[in-house]
Design a protein. Structure first.
Length: 123
């Protein structure tokens, strides 16, 4: 009977200490602890532009699901395409310039007040 009582007390002590260590005090919430830094959570991802012939593929990881605007300008600064997307985690667009007029085009992606661009030349 004493063995069972000692085992139960030891198990209860381990459980309580593990619970206290796991929860920790509120003042340390979100701070560095046990070698894990909260900076690991912040991910800055720029859009990826891939050219294949006269096609341009745009991929963007939009974790905050905020508004993203995609515009295409011709060489004279006229907007030839505009689209605003919101609430999507992954934004994938493909643009086919095969039947476009001969010109230089600029594809602009605006995400969270950051602007990214890629030039496409149609010959």
């Amino acid at each position: 009977m004493r063995k069972v009582l000692k085992f139960t007390v030891a198990l209860a002590l381990l459980f309580v200490s593990a619970t206290v260590l796991a929860n920790g005090p509120e003042r340390t919430f979100g701070k560095k602890g046990f070698g894990v830094e909260k900076e690991l959570i912040n991910i800055d991802v720029d859009p990826v532009f891939v050219k294949k012939g006269n096609k341009l593929f745009v991929n963007l990881l939009n974790l905050d699901q905020e508004k993203v605007t995609i515009k295409i300008y011709d060489s004279e600064g006229r907007v030839v395409f505009r689209e605003t997307l919101e609430g999507e985690i992954v934004i994938e667009k493909a643009f086919n310039f095969e039947s476009a007029y001969v010109d230089d085009y600029t594809v602009v992606v605006v995400d969270n007040n950051e602007t990214f661009s890629e030039k496409v030349t149609v010959k």
